[in-house]
Design a protein around this ligand. Structure first.
Ligand code: EPZ
Length: 433
């Protein structure tokens, strides 16, 4: 506890003594990147919506805070079951304030739903983040194509529309959030919309499934062309969120790195083909076993080249984790990041632990096997932090990772779940920064 006796989770750190082999079973939990847009989708329904299998993450808690500030009642039946009642939003502010959007960029995904359902919204521009500028120009262009009047002022974007009308729209760049925002808006537009160059991520497909359960008429989600026939109203829905493919990929790497043999319960194998193929190239055995995924490490990891791409290509959210796996392989690997302009923040910290990684433009050249030795390192963004935990699992001695609030955004109790697999890992509360 700090001096005031108030716990300050942002001061938590994780301490790992490396060298333990992981084995056993881990339950893959609900996907963060499905849960967040789905919670926004509750706003387009005119009755309450319940989501099950929600992960207990700080980003989900932040989204609850935002939705409550908009007048959407959120009540938990248990840790993973949340009911959202949008019927109070009409008396709300329709505004996503700077402090929430700055905390979590996914807040911008309330824009499409609020505009479609209430004809107005005011969203703080998200600004950049650790991994890049991350503009929302495509979100705005898509909503404008549907008839929104847009005004940019004082760092906020104001959107108005009496009734959105269906339109054809081509995304200049593949954007997950942009596709989700425009899809939710078009679902209630007057007429049919055709989105080209749409994102194909599983979380886009999951959103279309939920919107259709609410009464929408969406086809083609998961392909580059999505057709949406607007309807007048949408109902509430009861839906279980799909498992997290990035969390699953992260645990796969942990097993492969530590000479382990781990069963990932409910891993969404059908959405993980590119990740499974790449990890298999290192010599790691990956076998689907009745809705689960078994991962068995090889004696010796082989190097692997990776280029991140939109789904179904290799996901950028697994790049840092795979970089650690490549650093433990015998030989040279090239890891190329094509989605974000600054997603190698993990490299300097991994090199401090003993990796040999040189970044040249958007490619990291990794030479292994690294002889990792424990040290104190600083987490920077969510997936970079996960990669530091992975390196700590194989580093000789003690590794201390600070600012672990970055990890808690996307991984639920990661230290408890790795401990259960045999890792020597624990969380220290309120440590000096
Ligand atoms: C989603 O972010 C995920 N977040 C990210 O996961 C993930 O890395 C990303 O998709 C790519 O797969 C959630 O789902 C909550 P984008 P999103 O719009 O939607 C550019 C994690 O670690 N772009 O697909 O914000 C953008 O700058 C997080 O869990 C524009 O230029 O990503 C980026 O370079 C990190 N204009 C690229 O497109 C726009 O209008 C992809 O961004 C929108 C995006």
């Amino acid at each position: 506890m700090g001096r005031t006796g108030v716990r300050r989770p942002f001061m938590d750190k994780i301490v790992i003594h490396g060298g333990k082999r992981l084995s056993g079973e881990v339950q893959i939990l609900g996907a963060k990147n499905a849960a967040l847009p789905l919670m926004c989708a509750a706003l387009v329904g005119d009755r309450p919506t319940t989501f099950r299998h929600l992960p207990a993450l700080t980003d989900v808690a932040t989204m609850v805070r935002l939705l409550r500030s908009l007048g959407c009642e959120c009540s938990y039946a248990d840790e993973r079951t949340l009911t959202l009642d949008p019927r109070g939003v009409a008396q709300g502010t329709f505004e996503a304030p700077y402090e929430l959007v700055k905390t979590m960029r996914a807040s911008v995904t309330v824009m499409g739903p609020l505009l479609a359902r209430f004809g107005r919204t005011r969203i703080s521009l998200p600004g950049g983040c650790a991994i890049g500028a991350r503009p929302i120009d495509q979100h705005l262009k898509g909503l404008e194509a549907l008839g929104a009047q847009i005004t940019l002022r004082h760092g906020y974007v104001d959107l108005r529309a009496d009734r959105l009308r269906g339109a054809d729209f081509v995304f200049d760049t593949v954007t997950v959030g942009g596709t989700q925002n425009v899809m939710m808006a078009a679902a209630l537009a007057n007429g049919t919309s055709r989105l080209e160059n749409a994102a194909r991520e599983p979380e886009v497909q999951e959103l279309a499934i939920v919107l259709n359960k609410m009464g929408a008429k969406i086809s083609g989600a998961g392909t580059p062309t999505v057709l949406i026939e607007g309807v007048d109203r949408l109902d509430g829905v009861d839906h279980a969120v799909l498992p997290d493919r990035i969390e699953a990929g992260t645990f796969m790497v942990a097993a492969a790195l530590t000479g382990g043999d781990v069963l990932l319960r409910d891993a969404p194998v059908e959405y993980m083909q590119a990740v499974i193929a790449k990890i298999q190239q290192t010599g790691t055995r990956c076998e689907a076993e009745g809705g689960n995924l078994r991962v068995v490490a090889p004696e010796r990891l082989k190097p692997v080249d990776v280029v991140t791409r939109p789904h179904p290509g290799f996901p950028t959210d697994m790049q840092a984790q795979l970089t650690v796996l490549a650093s433990a392989a015998h030989g040279r690997s090239a890891i190329t990041e094509t989605i974000f302009e600054n997603r190698f923040m993990h490299v300097p910290e991994l090199n401090r632990l003993g990796a040999d990684i040189v970044v040249n433009g958007n490619t990291a050249i990794v030479r292994g096997p690294a002889q990792y030795t424990g040290s104190t390192v600083m987490a920077t963004d969510l997936r970079a932090s996960a990669s530091l935990v992975l390196a700590g699992l194989i580093a000789e001695g003690r590794t201390e990772i600070r600012r672990v609030y970055h990890i808690d955004r996307g991984y639920e109790r990661i230290e408890t779940r790795l401990q259960a697999l045999g890792a020597d890992i624990e969380r220290h509360h309120d440590a000096p920064a």
